[in-house]
Ligand binder design. Structure first.
Ligand code: ZN
Ligand code: ZN
Ligand code: ZN
Length: 133
């Protein structure tokens, strides 16, 4: 894969709303007209986080706006689920050690077996948690 990376001023990328091609546009533009299908795609407001995923059908790298739930591939038209927003993590129940699943970002999980509420609000930055007894 050869991408021309000539840095002529600041450029950004977005996916065409019509044909799903990756478009380049100068930073500051509010909309981009696609050269392929002539669809006008609105530029997401600054600060919009873009995320990437690999197509499950053809393994092309796809870009999507973070928070989207699904992304259609421009090549094979496979609809990929954007799992990042609702990733599932695991934790062991603090009481019965049962392996529990919870939605990423949750602060606590209630065990289905013993109803014990296990706190999972531990950011990855600090693993040094003091459990005073
Ligand atoms: Zn297009
Ligand atoms: Zn694909
Ligand atoms: Zn439990």
């Amino acid at each position: 894969m050869e991408l021309s990376d000539c840095k002529l001023g600041a450029q950004s990328q977005l996916v065409c709303s019509g044909c799903r091609n990756l478009l380049l546009y100068p930073v500051g533009a509010t909309s981009v007209c696609c050269a392929v299908c002539n669809a006008v795609t609105a530029v997401p407001p600054p600060g919009t986080e873009m995320a990437q995923l690999v197509c499950g059908g053809c393994h092309t790298l796809l870009m999507y706006i973070r928070g989207a739930t699904s992304v259609q591939c421009s090549c094979c038209h496979t609809v990929n689920l954007a799992l990042e927003a609702n990733q599932v993590a695991h934790v062991n129940c603090g009481n019965c050690r049962m392996l529990l699943m919870y939605q990423y970002g949750a602060r606590s999980v209630k065990c289905a077996v013993c109803n014990f509420v296990t706190s999972v609000g531990v950011p990855t930055s600090t693993t040094e948690q003091k459990f005073s007894t």
